[in-house]
Design a protein around this ligand. Structure first.
Ligand code: BT5
Length: 250
């Protein structure tokens, strides 16, 4: 069967609420824009090709057609919170799926990068709009090295670039949606506290010397509300958002 993310290939594999309804387009500007706030929780938009795929801060997300997973999932948390925690929840879901697929450890670089051996294999974009949260996930699956973005901030990789195996994306997407639903259930129960152990064990920044905005120090962990904890010369500081630069260790 051809490798496609069309509804026919994916919907029969969906095991929970997430992924229903399933909105599929061959091409769209950004899956983030296909979901509107009146849709039910779990509604998922997927496409094979984005003409204006976005990262944070209006950066671009690039992927050749039909090689990656490009999806957005609508969440309606009962109490509206910032998107930081849910962005990490989505990162954990991706990390679990990637780790199972590759049999290699997968880490999270706060706030939204998913890494294998220090290379970015996926990114998450959390946005709140009209009372809902829309989590966008871009996961590099079958791209070869030449199809990965040139000169990204972090070196990029894909499942294929790591182990040379071409994969059908439909089962991976169904697994990702199921994993996200399970982890979201934990998040509803106790925010990030139930997931703290796994977050800490996947925390790429922990122990590294970092600069985020005007804060410089050693990253020590991720707080229950999703903020990054940095030990600075002036004491411990909590950073809500930003781009982290990892400094060479002294
Ligand atoms: C992200 O932003 O990592 C969030 C990416 C979210 C993409 C998904 S795809 C489905 C949904 N619809 C959308 O329009 N977006 C979401 P950020 O941390 O800002 O990273 C962006 C940076 O990653 C870019 O500036 C590039 O350096 C790099 N980049 C772009 N495409 C990449 C890729 N395929 N793999 C690895 N790095 C990439």
């Amino acid at each position: 069967m051809a490798d496609t993310l069309a509804a026919d290939a994916v919907v029969s594999l969906i095991r929970g609420r997430f992924g229903i309804p399933y909105l599929f387009r061959d091409s769209c500007a950004s899956t983030q824009r296909l979901l509107t706030p009146e849709l039910p929780e779990g509604a998922t938009a997927v496409c094979e090709r984005q003409t204006a795929g976005r990262g944070r801060l209006e950066r671009r997300w690039e992927a050749p057609p039909a090689a990656a997973i490009l999806c957005s999932v609508l969440l309606r948390p009962p109490v509206m919170t910032g998107v930081a925690g849910l962005t990490l929840v989505a990162g954990l879901a991706v990390a679990r799926v990637v780790e199972r697929a590759l049999g290699r450890p997968c880490q999270l670089k706060w706030p939204n990068d998913v890494l294998v051996s220090g290379r970015k294999i996926a990114g998450v974009l959390g946005e709140s709009r009209g009372g809902v949260v829309i989590l966008g996930i871009g996961l590099n699956v079958n791209q070869d090295e030449s199809e990965l973005p040139e000169r990204p901030v972090l070196p990029a990789t894909s499942l294929f670039a790591v182990d040379g195996i071409r994969r059908r994306r439909a089962p991976l997407l169904a697994e990702l949606l199921f994993e996200l639903e399970q982890l979201y259930g934990h998040w509803l129960g106790g925010r990030l506290s139930e997931l703290a152990g796994e977050l800490a064990s996947r925390d790429y920044l922990r122990g590294r010397h970092v600069t985020v905005g005007d804060v410089t120090g050693t990253a020590v962990g991720i707080a229950p509300d999703g903020r990054l904890e940095v030990e600075t010369s002036a004491g411990r500081q909590l950073v809500a958002s930003g781009d982290v630069r990892v400094e060479p260790s002294a």
